[in-house]
Design a protein around this ligand. Structure first.
Ligand code: PBG
Ligand code: ZN
Length: 322
């Protein structure tokens, strides 16, 4: 049976009818808001390339959290911007480091769920995600040992979930082992499993001051065209003990999200990254697109592709619209 006996437009004739048959819905519970804390600041800072994204000083946690929660969002992904950097990123695993303080502040002053991004690039003076060898490449096995220490310090500070984003081999196993040895058996790992070597991270590096000085991240982040390799990355992370997996960026990698959703049963996160956000904001500020509709459409597309959770700078704005 088909036209004229079947008419698909029958189900599109009113908003109520369309809502009834909607296949994909968004909910604030599945949004994760990235937030930045900078220990150099005494008041809130903004960044031109990320309109609407604030960087916070290490204070006022209850207000920060209540503003976010008032929108309906209850989960944050926390990043730190440190005062001092060195070759081994020691600020990342310092007991009184910026992210440890921020996590503690949020946990003590709110009931938000706090995810700690775990990487060294914000904390190294060369801006790479691990320690460098003489040739300028990132040493894998030395780096994942530092990731283990960082994970423990973040869990000690009260982080509910640890999210390693450095794309080193064996990092999930190393972190799981370190957490378990330190008595943090209960703390789950959200693995940035398929993180691509993307130009879409540009504005984030303005906010977090974390661009590599020399070289780039192509030696550890994934080649943009590789689908099979993305599946292997995810498979390995699961074998090493990941509790949740992630695809990043989201919009340009919807096929990877769909493949992952079809292949693996773990909760799947997708990260709508800074460049995706900045492009929408910039076009909207020029009056070239309808910001609200594009925001919702971009999020719906990520969800439809198979993501269970979406990390997005739009979290509060989108939650308020739902
Ligand atoms: C740190 C990290 C980055 C992002 C999340 N964690 C930057 C990078 O890999 O250079 C990017 C997030 C975004 O662009 O919104 N490794
Ligand atoms: Zn990094």
């Amino acid at each position: 049976m088909m036209y004229p006996d079947v008419r698909l437009r029958r189900l599109r004739q009113s908003e109520k009818m369309r809502n009834l048959v909607a296949e994909t819905r968004l909910h604030p519970d599945e949004f994760i808001l990235p937030i930045f804390f900078d220990e150099n600041l005494s008041s809130v800072k903004t960044t031109d390339s990320m309109p609407g994204v604030k960087t916070f000083p290490l204070s006022g946690y209850d207000k920060i959290a209540s503003d976010i929660q008032e929108s309906g969002v209850s989960t944050a992904l926390v990043f730190g911007v440190p005062k001092y950097k060195d070759a081994v990123g020691s600020g990342a695993y310092a007991k009184d480091g910026v992210v440890q303080k921020a996590i503690e502040g949020l946990k003590e002053n709110s009931d938000m769920l706090v995810i700690a991004d775990l990487c060294l690039c914000e904390y190294t003076d060369h801006g790479h995600c691990g320690v460098l060898s003489d040739c300028g490449c990132v040493k894998n096995d030395e780096t994942i040992e530092l990731y283990g220490r960082t994970a423990v310090s973040q869990a000690d500070a009260g982080a509910d979930i640890i999210a390693p984003s450095g794309m080193m081999d064996g990092q999930i196993a190393a972190i799981r082992q370190a957490l378990d040895d330190a008595g943090h058996k209960r703390v789950p790992i959200m693995a940035y499993s398929a993180k691509f070597y993307s130009a879409y991270y540009g504005p984030f590096r303005d906010v977090a001051n974390s661009a590599p000085g020399k070289g780039n991240r192509a030696g550890y982040q994934m080649p943009c065209g590789n689908r099979k390799e993305a599946m292997r990355e995810i498979e390995f992370d699961i074998a090493e003990g990941a509790d949740m997996i992630m695809v990043k960026p989201a919009g340009p990698y919807l096929d990877i999200i769909r493949d992952a959703a079809n292949t693996f049963d773990l909760p799947l996160a997708a990260y709508q990254v800074s460049g995706e956000y900045a492009m929408i904001k910039a076009a909207a500020q020029n009056g070239w697109i309808d910001e609200e509709r594009i925001m919702m459409e971009s999020l719906l597309g990520i969800k439809r592709a198979g993501a269970d959770m979406i990390i997005t700078y739009f979290a509060e704005e989108a939650a308020r619209m739902l």
